[in-house]
Design a binder for this molecule. Structure first.
Ligand code: SF4
Length: 305
């Protein structure tokens, strides 16, 4: 090991970790760097293996020697799908610590303020929100629609392509199926139901939202729930159910029971888009809606429908 590397390690300044595919990709011209990179490979594999969340599987090491030399930093390719706020080189803590910290920071960052907003202020805040990387690719935020005093609140995952384009949740074929299911319970989105998503901006490629994105967006949903004051919530699909209930349990294990979110009873059922592909499960979804109706009748003291 060169003296300069030894000195940096003694000072606790090595190695430095950067996100792969983003930047910095470091090019050096010194041929001696080949040997330095080889020694770093062993360190990289050990830390990548410890990365339980998988986030740092996309990390690569840049040796302190490389960082200290006159390295040329390459910019990411145009249009690369990367958040600008990660555009820094930093010494990373272990992945599980980092994820927990990001989620905790995000909750603390938005919760207090958002919890005091009225409908107009909340809607405006979401429209202008840049709290997470999902703002970079969205066309529209998707705030929510329906009766703001409804007994029923339906919560889905995140906007898809059509929702992103129109700014409304559950449009297209899945939305039509949902409307038909609601109609059979004498419910409708424009009269006695409020519909929203856990995440207000479309994840690129309809990927699942990341934990920190959910954490940054959740105060908006929490405020919507506290303003609507529903008597029952129906979680539509696995991701919505897992996000609301803070669990990784399967949707089949969550169905058929009454859960709770923010003090409101929650019933879990399938996402309408899934039901379009799996017609036999429509009967199960109907059973879930019947359980939701029974729960609502108990909670609201409503007469049987
Ligand atoms: S997903 Fe939520 S937190 Fe992220 S930018 Fe959109 S509104 Fe803001």
């Amino acid at each position: 090991m060169a003296f300069s590397e030894s000195a940096l390690e003694e000072l606790g300044l090595a190695p430095m970790w950067v996100r792969r595919g983003m930047r910095p990709s470091v090019e050096t011209t010194a041929s001696a760097d080949a040997a330095g990179a080889a020694s770093n490979a062993g360190k990289t594999s050990a830390i990548e293996a410890a990365d339980a969340a998988g986030a740092t599987s996309s990390l690569q090491a840049a040796s302190p020697r490389e960082a200290g030399m006159n390295a040329r930093i390459q910019q990411p390719p145009a249009g690369a799908d990367e958040p600008a706020w990660l555009d820094e080189v930093s010494v990373e803590p272990p992945a599980h610590t980092r994820t927990n910290r990001i989620v905790a920071d995000a909750r603390a960052d938005t919760g207090t303020d958002v919890a005091t907003l009225d409908w107009d202020a909340l809607s405006a805040r979401v429209t202008a929100c840049e709290r997470c990387r999902l703002c970079e690719k969205r066309t529209n935020t998707v705030f929510g629609v329906g009766d703001r005093n409804a007994d029923w609140m339906l919560i889905g995952e995140a906007p898809g392509e059509n929702e992103d384009r129109l700014g409304e949740p559950f449009v297209g074929q899945a939305g039509k199926l949902l409307d038909n299911m609601l109609r059979s319970l004498t419910l409708a989105r424009d009269t006695n139901v409020y519909i929203a998503n856990v995440i207000k901006c479309r994840p690129p490629g309809n990927r699942n939202p990341e934990p920190d994105e959910v954490a940054r967006c959740e105060p908006y949903l929490q405020r919507q729930v506290s303003l609507v004051k529903p008597k029952v919530i129906v979680a539509l699909g696995r991701f919505a159910a897992q996000s609301l209930l803070k669990t990784q349990a399967s949707i089949s294990s969550l169905r058929g029971r009454v859960h709770e979110y923010e003090g409101v009873p929650v019933i879990v059922t399938y996402h309408p888009a899934y039901l379009l592909r799996s017609l036999p499960d429509k009967a199960k979804a109907w059973a879930d809606l019947c359980l939701a109706r029974d729960t609502w009748q108990k909670t609201a003291g409503a007469p049987p429908r």
